[in-house]
Design a protein around this ligand. Structure first.
Ligand SMILES: Cc1ncc(C[n+]2csc(CCOP(=O)(O)OP(=O)(O)O)c2C)c(N)n1
Length: 342
């Protein structure tokens, strides 16, 4: 049975997609002004799949994102100031300037911090799913992987582990055409990443990643199966990376016709058309949402710009567990030895 989205939910998803796009546009300007510490990895053209898949989750579920899933973080409650301060390396950022981009977590919001190494989040999220199963909770774990990232050993190990233990894990595999400059046909000899699911004995499905309704419904199906104890799903979303790998990459290797093809299938435009055709929104609705977002961005960016750089001292904090005091060490050594069990 398909779950229908209410007009409010559709507009909510529209808001998150537009928020992602406008925040990234602002980040691009900051990058060109030299205000960003490190690189800028955009999700232009892919906002739909991140937003719709995260939107399908419920409170108590867990999410871990990759560099192109900013939209999923917004759905989970992250605000633009957190992203601006992260990218600018400010002391007020979620990592207090210690890391950048989307490399932060928030356990209260069910966000597990990412790992840079491609594929490694799959075993981590399989572990989260295992904990949920062992504690008899309803929580599912959802994470993302790019077409290139599916070629790693960690992807295979994590997915196989989750399959064998029938863990409530959902892996969104993003076929966005390229891994850096490597086109998908040089990455794998199959057309659909979801075809690999059968080899693990799990559910696999391929959907149009720029159709937010299709992605939402497919993720809901995967979540339902996961909660019923039927194990993981490998959900492939077909989309396209409309920029280079990062801002320093002009994507010279991507044929222009491909970009034109995908431009016509832009997820935001697609949802706008759907909403208009169904009489659920008009241009005024979109303008109002955009104006609201611009105001939010202005205020959050001002806060980020005015925030101080981190105090160098904090580089020493939170690296290792706090060492015990000398007094504590001497009292530990005086404790009686634990007797062997008889
Ligand atoms: C194990 C590992 N190898 C290489 C890298 C460097 N690296 C970061 S992103 C990337 C390309 C990723 O391509 P894909 O998985 O298709 O995701 P996309 O960038 O297309 O979203 C590479 C090679 C890495 N982070 N981890």
């Amino acid at each position: 049975m398909e779950e229908t989205l209410t007009p409010e939910q559709l507009l909510d998803m529209y808001y998150y997609m537009k928020l992602t796009r406008l925040v990234e546009e602002r980040l691009q300007r900051l990058y060109r002004q030299g205000k960003i510490v490190g690189g800028l990895y955009r999700s232009l053209g892919q906002e739909g799949e991140s937003v719709a898949s995260a939107y399908a989750l419920e409170a108590g579920d867990f999410l871990a994102v990759m560099i192109r899933n900013l939209g999923a973080l917004f759905v989970r409650g992250v605000r633009p100031w957190e992203i601006f301060t992260q990218y600018m390396g400010k002391g007020t950022s979620p990592t207090r300037g210690k890391d950048n981009i989307v490399h932060f977590g928030s356990v209260e919001r069910g966000i597990i911090p990412p790992i840079s190494h491609l594929g490694d989040l799959i075993p981590v999220m399989a572990g989260i799913a295992l904990a949920s199963k062992m504690q008899r909770k309803r929580s599912v774990a959802l994470t993302y992987i790019g077409d290139g990232g599916t070629s790693t050993g960690a992807f295979h190990e994590g997915l196989n582990f989750a399959a064998v233990l029938k863990l409530p894990l959902i892996v969104i595999a993003e076929d966005n055409g390229y891994a850096y400059s490597t086109p998908k046909h040089k990455q794998m000899a199959i057309e659909n990443i979801a075809d690999r699911a059968i080899g693990y004995g799990i559910f696999g499905e391929t959907v149009d990643g720029n159709d937010v309704i299709a992605v939402y419904q497919a993720t809901r199906r995967a979540i339902r199966r996961a909660r019923e104890g039927l194990g993981p799903t490998l959900l492939e979303v077909k989309t396209f990376r409309m920029r280079g790998h990062a801002e320093h990459d002009d994507a010279w290797y991507v044929p222009r016709e491909l970009l034109e093809y995908w431009q016509k299938r832009d997820p935001i435009l697609r949802l706008e058309t759907y909403l208009k055709e169904h009489g659920l929104a008009d241009e005024t609705t979109f303008e109002e949402i955009t104006r609201r977002i611009e105001q939010e961005i202005e205020a959050d960016l001002r806060y980020a710009e005015e925030s101080p750089m981190p105090d160098p001292q904090i580089a020493l904090e939170g690296v290792y567990a706090e060492p015990p005091s000398l007094h504590e060490i001497s009292s530990i050594s005086r404790e009686p030895e634990v007797k062997a069990r008889s």
